[in-house]
Design a binder for this molecule. Structure first.
Ligand code: PMP
Ligand code: GLN
Length: 380
């Protein structure tokens, strides 16, 4: 029998590939982005309570209401935006599903979606499956800044969506207030939807603040903002996240959500709702990861890697051109197989596979693991 692949150019994600290689060669895994520590014990206790309290049946399609209510409170407090828990928030199976669902809901055949490269890897295939076309704005190392006049020139009558990501994976950069204001001006009086991937909302350093689309009422009117509990509560494997958007957009998202997921894991939602009543955890996350970033930067000082200091996310980019001139995919493999530290090459996040000699380390790791990795990195 013959089939025609809908994603013929898709390969296994670099994250899976590098984690498998790390396991195979017993390397320390600073590649795929996940913590090597557990979620807060109080949250784990609440999960157990939810199980004991029989929270095993379908949650409402949009998510457990108590969870949506506490998210709305958090959004009001953090970003000054009132969002209606009944109509403007949907709980999803991680940010990935929220992104896929939003793209599926709005992108028709031949619509154009502007993405910024290096781009997190799940945007492009979702656009392709929807029949749309990715139009790429390339951000250049080392600053990865956006020239908004150039971006504006890329907009065509077919542009249906612009996907932004701040704090940005894989570069560790952030968008500033001026970026959001310029974007807001550019899309004013158009029918362009903004998909804003903000899964690292709490991981912003050096006195900077996270600029959510939720802070800009004009932008929010045309935006879907995407979040993930995996990053905030050290539980990437639970795959629970949410999206927020004005009712007319959320209605369309829910139409798709109900036919591909319907509703998300119920007991975890109940536990998260109870846990979020205490804001301490997410308010202290910034400090927690700042300490890790600085610890890792200190370690890197005694190596030949040159960090491009991360101001957001739990990723640190490093230039390795003082060490090797082989391409980054080969270098990342060599790092894993020969030197025992897994990392992620950056060229895979660019369509043109440019060769900047950059790799990404994840510093969401215990000091012990970071130290052990540091000992190996010093020898390279
Ligand atoms: N967007 C970005 C930028 C990410 O880094 C990730 C995963 N780390 C996701 C989306 C997906 O999040 P989730 O695991 O909640 O699906
Ligand atoms: N977002 C994680 C990262 O950037 C990986 C998630 C995944 O493996 N799909 O490393």
């Amino acid at each position: 029998m013959q089939i025609t692949s809908k994603l013929s150019s898709s390969q296994t994600t670099i994250f899976t590939e590098m984690s498998a290689l790390a396991t195979q060669h017993n390397a320390l895994n600073l590649g795929q982005g996940f913590p090597d520590y557990d979620p807060p014990s109080a949250l784990l206790d609440l999960v157990k309570d939810a199980i004991d309290n029989h929270k095993h049946q379908y949650a409402p399609m949009a998510g457990v209401l108590a969870l949506r209510e506490i998210i709305a409170q958090k959004v009001l407090h953090a970003y000054g935006q009132y969002v209606n828990p009944s109509t403007e928030i949907t709980i999803t199976a991680g940010a990935t599903q929220a992104i896929f669902t939003a793209i599926t809901a709005f992108i028709h055949a031949d619509d154009e979606v502007i993405i910024f490269e290096p781009a997190y890897d799940c945007y492009r295939p979702a656009i392709q499956l929807a029949g749309g076309k990715s139009v790429v704005y390339t951000m250049e190392a080392p600053d990865f800044e956006i020239n908004w006049a150039l971006l504006a020139a890329m907009i065509s009558p077919k542009t249906k969506m612009i996907i932004i990501n701040t704090p940005h994976n894989p570069t560790g950069t952030i968008l500033k207030s001026d970026d959001l204001l310029q974007l807001s001006r550019i899309v004013k009086d158009t029918n362009i939807i903004i998909l804003s991937d903000e899964v690292y909302e709490h991981l912003v350093y050096d006195g900077q603040s996270h600029e959510s689309v939720l802070k800009y009422p004009e932008l929010y009117q045309r935006s879907i903002a995407i979040f993930s509990f995996g990053k905030t509560y050290h539980c990437t494997g639970w795959k629970v996240g949410y999206c927020i958007g004005p009712e007319y957009l959320m209605n369309e998202i829910r139409k798709v959500h109900q036919w591909n997921v319907f509703s998300v894991n119920s007991f975890v939602q109940h536990a998260l709702a109870a846990f979020m009543t205490d804001a301490t955890q997410y308010l202290s996350l910034n400090q927690f990861y700042l300490q890790k970033r600085d610890f890792f930067l200190d370690i890197l000082q005694s190596t030949r890697f040159r960090p491009l200091k991360s101001v957001g996310t739990f990723f640190q980019l490093c230039d390795y051109s003082d060490i090797s001139d082989i391409d980054d995919v080969a270098f990342a493999k060599e790092m894993t197989v020969k030197h025992g530290v897994a990392c992620i090459p950056i060229s895979v996040f660019y369509t043109d596979h440019r060769q900047d000699k950059l790799i990404r380390f994840c510093f969401a790791k215990t000091d012990g693991l970071l130290n052990a990795a540091g000992e190996k990195l010093k020898l390279i």
